[in-house]
Structure formats: structure tokens, C-alpha cells
Design a binder for this molecule. Structure first.
Ligand code: UDP
Length: 314
């Protein structure tokens, strides 16, 4: 009998790659998504697979799954800044009520639960690079607070279910990730820069571009998450590529890759935009023997092919 995994947000960018990974590892996968920011195109290739099932459901409501469930991976949430600014209540609800329902299902089924948390729990960090032991610097009432606090609450609830109900839980703190299946217009830096550069538009850098991020290629992230799921580690683990770059240099890197003469234009920095972000991955290295393998130069080339196709077909 195959093991069964439920992936909430399974039609999203990361959720869909996770569905692929779990199927490749011999599991049956139930993908749950309300398609608010997820896209059925991300999982279309799985519809003929007898081990794959899609259920359109909003996980802020009671989740019913008949039969065996071994793993629940809770990835449902708007995840790009423009999404959670446009969907603030849904973002708070899926992080709180949705996490509660998903944990309730894990308790009922005696399944292992993995929470997709985020580097955003560190807010605008005063410690650099960020270790899991850092408690963060989050503005609870700022526009980004809806995402940050929802994920912080989700972590607290996950630990409470672990400590009080004995649910087997895992928490991954995901840093900026990129790769195929990102939405062209999801507003994040990388899809924005790619689509602007490919369409010959101005590249919009927010602020003076001196803020930093560390970008992880999606296959590395998914590998780290799978290792964490299979480990015994209940405390949060950062998964991200420590290769740090300023946003201005990142924009230049993409312009160079595409070989265009697009102009960089500077726009206002969004409120509470973190000034730096880089994961300390000592725990992932030590506990999961995980290290990112895909260099940004290679990852960006792979992603370019995807965006070129996407723009051609749009
Ligand atoms: N950013 C930018 N231009 C854009 C979109 C984003 O300069 O068109 C900046 C944004 O202000 C942030 C960084 O790029 O400093 C990364 O933003 P993203 O939305 O990708 O994710 P975040 O790390 O802020 O969650």
C-alpha cells in the first residue's frame, strides 16, 4: 500500500513541484487548492496519473479526506507581496484557520505535518545572516504584517499541536525561491524583471536597490523540504541558498543574461521591505545533509527558458 500525502496549495508554484517530488518518491498525492493564487496549469501534467488526485477546496473550512493519510504538507497561502496586499484577510485566514484545519486533519489521521513557513518570520532582520534562533523584527500592523504574523501564528499553532497533542510536526522556513511555474505577473522581483526585460520594458527596482536577497532554485528547495519531512527534526529549519545579492545587481544580472538594453528605473520602496536577507543554513547542513546545488547563473538560465515560453504563449 502506497503512503498518502495531502498537499494544501498543491496547485501553486512550490506546491506543484512538491506534488511531483512526492509522486516520484512513490506516494499517492492528494492536491488541495482553492485556486485563489494557484493555477491548474501547474498540475495539468499530473491529471492522467492514477496516484494523483485534485480536490478544489478552501482549507480555511473543515477538511475531509476519506481513508489513509500519512503526510500533510501545508503550503496554501498567497505568497507574493502584491498578493497578500490585495488578499490580506484571506492571507491571515489561511495561515490561522487553514493551519488549524490542516493540523486537525493530521491529528485525526495520525499523519506527519509539515508547515511551509518563511524567512518573513524574521521581518526586517537585525541579525545577519538569519539563524533559526533569531526571533525576528516584524511590524504586526504594517501591510506585510498579514503574511508575517499569519506564518508566525502558524508556527506557534504547529508547535502547540506537537507539544499538546503529540502530532509529528516539521517547520521549514523558506527563503526567496525561483524557477519554472512562477506567475509572470506575481509581482515578485524575479518574475517582474524577467517579464520586463523580455518585453523590452523598463526594469523597476524599488528603493535604491541596495536591499539584498538570497535566491534559491526550486529543485534545491524541494529537495531540502523532502529531507526535512523524512527527518526527525521538529524545530524550524531554514532552507535557502546563502548566495546573497543586492536587488540592483540582480536586475543587472537579468539584463545581462537576456542581453537587452532595457533601462533600470527606480520606484518607491514598499513599506517594511526587509533591507537584508540571507539564511544561515548550518542546521540544514548538519541535520539534513542538505546544501543547495544549483548556482544562480544556472538556475536563471533554466528559468529564462520557462519565461520565454510563457511570454510566447501569453
Ligand atoms: N522589487 C523590486 N522591483 C520589483 C519587485 C520587487 O525592486 O518589481 C524588490 C522588493 O522591493 C524587494 C526585493 O525586490 O526588496 C524582493 O522582492 P520580492 O517581492 O521578490 O520578495 P520579498 O523578498 O520582498 O518577499
Amino acid at each position: 500500500m502506497k503512503e498518502v500525502a495531502v498537499v494544501t496549495g498543491g496547485a501553486g508554484f512550490l506546491g506543484s513541484h512538491l506534488c511531483d517530488k512526492l509522486l516520484e518518491n512513490g506516494m499517492k498525492v492528494i492536491c488541495m487548492d482553492n485556486l485563489l493564487t494557484g493555477n491548474i496549469e501547474n498540475i495539468e501534467h499530473l491529471f492522467g496519473n492514477e496516484n494523483f488526485q485534485f480536490i478544489k477546496h478552501d482549507v480555511t473550512n473543515f477538511i475531509h479526506v476519506p481513508g489513509r493519510v500519512d503526510y500533510i504538507l501545508h503550503f496554501a497561502s498567497p505568497a507574493s507581496p502584491i498578493d497578500y496586499l490585495q488578499l490580506p484577510i484571506q492571507t491571515l485566514k489561511v495561515g490561522s484557520l487553514g493551519t488549524h484545519k490542516a493540523l486537525g486533519l493530521a491529528k485525526e489521521k495520525k499523519a506527519r505535518f509539515l508547515l511551509a513557513s518563511t524567512s518573513e518570520v524574521y521581518g526586517d532582520p537585525e541579525i545577519h545572516p538569519q539563524k533559526e534562533s533569531y526571533w525576528g523584527n516584524v511590524n504586526p500592523i504594517g501591510p506585510r504584517g498579514v503574511y508575517d504574523e499569519a506564518k508566525r501564528f502558524a508556527e506557534a499553532l504547529t508547535m502547540a499541536y506537537h507539544r499538546y497533542h503529540g502530532v509529528q510536526t516539521r517547520i521549514v522556513r523558506i527563503f526567496n525561491t525561483y524557477g519554472p511555474r512562477m506567475r509572470l505577473n506575481d509581482g515578485r522581483a524575479l518574475p517582474a524583471f524577467f517579464s520586463q526585460a523580455l518585453k523590452g520594458e523598463d526594469i523597476t527596482v524599488f528603493g535604491d536597490g541596495s536591499q539584498t536577497r538570497s535566491f534559491t532554485y526550486v529543485s534545491d528547495l524541494i529537495d531540502g523540504i523532502f529531507r526535512l519531512l523524512m527527518s526527525n527534526e521538529t524545530e524550524p529549519v531554514n532552507i535557502g541558498n546563502p548566495q546573497e545579492i543586492t536587488i540592483l545587481d540582480f536586475a543587472k544580472e537579468i539584463i545581462e543574461l537576456i542581453n537587452t538594453n532595457c533601462k533600470i528605473v527606480f520606484q518607491d520602496l514598499p513599506v517594511d521591505d526587509p533591507k537584508v536577507r540571507q539564511p544561515d543554513i548550518s542546521r540544514a547542513k548538519e541535520l539534513l545533509s542538505w546544501m543547495p546545488k544549483v548556482d544562480r547563473k544556472i538556475g536563471l538560465k533554466l528559468t529564462l527558458n520557462y519565461f520565454q515560453e510563457k511570454i510566447k504563449n501569453s
